[in-house]
Design a binder for this molecule. Structure first.
Ligand SMILES: NC(=O)c1ccc[n+]([C@@H]2O[C@H](COP(=O)([O-])OP(=O)(O)OC[C@H]3O[C@@H](n4cnc5c(N)ncnc54)[C@H](O)[C@@H]3O)[C@@H](O)[C@H]2O)c1
Length: 417
């Protein structure tokens, strides 16, 4: 494999998947002295990476180019590259299928791709989010059935990624990392690896504890977001300003954590991971009823927002024109995966609206291009407070604005969700 220093196998890491999780991990490992092979299925992404152009916001082109120039990073679409590595991490997507059940096809196919090339005494870690038991019941059996006959000992661990794209404070290095090895030797090796790239590593007694903890973290978010969104609807119907209520409650120095209402839940984690939990519960003959209800409330929220916005519109024609400001699932990123703006747009269109959008970080969304803030509309909705949004031209025209982000409530003509 040209262009990378593979002289010391004990310091060679292969990462399967070079996205929001895999690429930041690669750069953190390079900083810690590892040589990293970024194995990526998408040929265009491999080419882009090797040209020093980063596809994720958290990694600058300069940082990537520096790693390449130092012969410490190369991207490749050859899964056989794992044979050079002492540590292999899987960082591929774990989405939902059409029935909103866990879809482990990418995880399984990535495992199948690399298993035949794993060298003896390799540590294989799954960082992908999944239900408890995925490492033991899904990944390890695939590896054991496909590994080379010369590969006698392999080590396995689960170390779910907690990265928060766009976060300027918490990153790969300073976010404590959960590590659960399948046995003592696996745990020892996994702890040593993560201690080399993270400031703080937390050992769990089994991989299932680490897997379940990750699901718990994101389910906690879903349930609280759903609760505050439901509470917002109750307050609004009774003429109470929910933000004042939250601010008041937040003065309690213990036992309360403020969550804010919004258009809904988005991204690859909060709308998805809790459904791994509900599926896992049902597989075990139980029902995670609070989580299932939270998912329903979260999915209904964009409809509520659409109706609130349309109630503000003073349409001159029968077709209200609505401008959505910010369509990425959160501020500071161009990621539109699972964005609640999609359901918002659908709900608006279903109610007869003409919808356009603006997002300084998103050039193209679901087959449509952005307009500008000057677009002639009857109401605007701030769905995501994207840096670079300009409300001035909208306010100057006296167009009402529904702010779902709790940022512009002091401005005249702006109503908070
Ligand atoms: N994005 C987040 O904020 C975040 C945070 C924590 C955990 N996670 C979890 O991390 C995992 C990865 O998520 P992500 O956001 O990095 O996904 P992503 O879509 O940004 O990147 C995944 C990459 O893997 C590649 N890929 C898919 N199958 C492959 C294969 N067989 N071989 C090589 N490459 C392959 C894809 O082409 C893609 O580039 C998921 O389980 C996710 O739930 C994500």
């Amino acid at each position: 494999m040209a262009g990378i220093d593979l002289s010391d196998r004990s310091k060679v890491l292969a990462i399967i998947g070079q996205g929001y999780v895999g690429l930041p991990l690669a750069m953190a490992a390079v900083d810690a002295g590892w040589s990293v092979i970024g194995i990526e299925k998408s040929a265009s992404r491999v080419e882009q990476l090797n040209l020093g152009s980063s596809p994720v916001e958290d990694i600058s082109d300069e940082r990537l180019a520096k790693a390449i120039a130092a012969n410490k990073f190369v991207a490749s679409n050859d899964p056989a590259g794992v044979s050079h590595a002492s540590v292999v991490t899987i960082c591929v997507p774990t989405p939902l299928d059409d029935s909103r059940n866990p879809d482990l096809e990418l995880l399984k196919s990535a495992t199948k791709d690399v298993a035949p090339s794993l060298s003896d005494r390799t540590l294989l870690v799954s960082e992908s989010t999944s239900y408890p038991g995925t490492l033991r019941e899904v990944i390890i059996p695939i590896v054991n059935s496909l590994k080379p006959s010369t590969t006698k000992s392999l080590y396995f661990a689960s170390a779910p990624e907690r990265v928060n794209p766009g976060d300027l404070i918490w990153d790969q290095k300073n976010t404590p990392r959960l590590v659960g090895g399948i046995d003592e030797e696996s745990q020892k090796r996994a702890l040593a690896f993560y201690n080399s790239i993270c400031d703080s590593v937390v050992a769990t007694s089994t991989p299932e504890i680490a897997e379940a903890a990750k699901i718990l973290e994101n389910t906690f978010r879903l349930v609280n977001i759903a609760m505050i969104n439901e509470f917002t609807q109750l307050c609004s119907a009774q003429g109470i300003n929910v933000h004042e209520v939250i601010n008041a409650a937040a003065t309690k120095p213990y036992g309360f954590m403020p969550f804010r209402p919004g258009v809904g839940i988005g991204g690859h984690c909060i709308p998805v991971d809790p459904l791994y939990l509900t599926w896992w519960a049902r597989k075990g003959g139980q029902v995670a009823s609070l989580v299932e209800r939270s998912d329903e409330i979260a999915n209904q929220m964009p409809i509520y927002v659409a109706e609130r916005a349309l109630a503000l519109a003073k349409a001159s024609t029968g077709t209200p024109k609505v401008l959505i400001l910010g369509v990425a699932y959160k501020p500071g990123v161009g990621d539109v995966r699972e964005t609640p703006a999609s359901a918002l747009r659908e709900a608006l269109v279903a109610r007869g609206a003409e919808v356009a959008w603006v997002d300084p970080l998103v050039p193209f969304w679901e087959g449509t291009q952005p307009v500008s803030e000057a677009w002639d509309c009857d109401v605007a909705i701030v769905a995501t407070n994207q840096p670079g949004l300009n409300l001035k031209p909208i306010r100057e025209r006296g167009v009402p604005i529904l702010d779902c982000t709790n940022n512009y409530g002091d401005l005249q003509g702006v109503e908070l969700l």
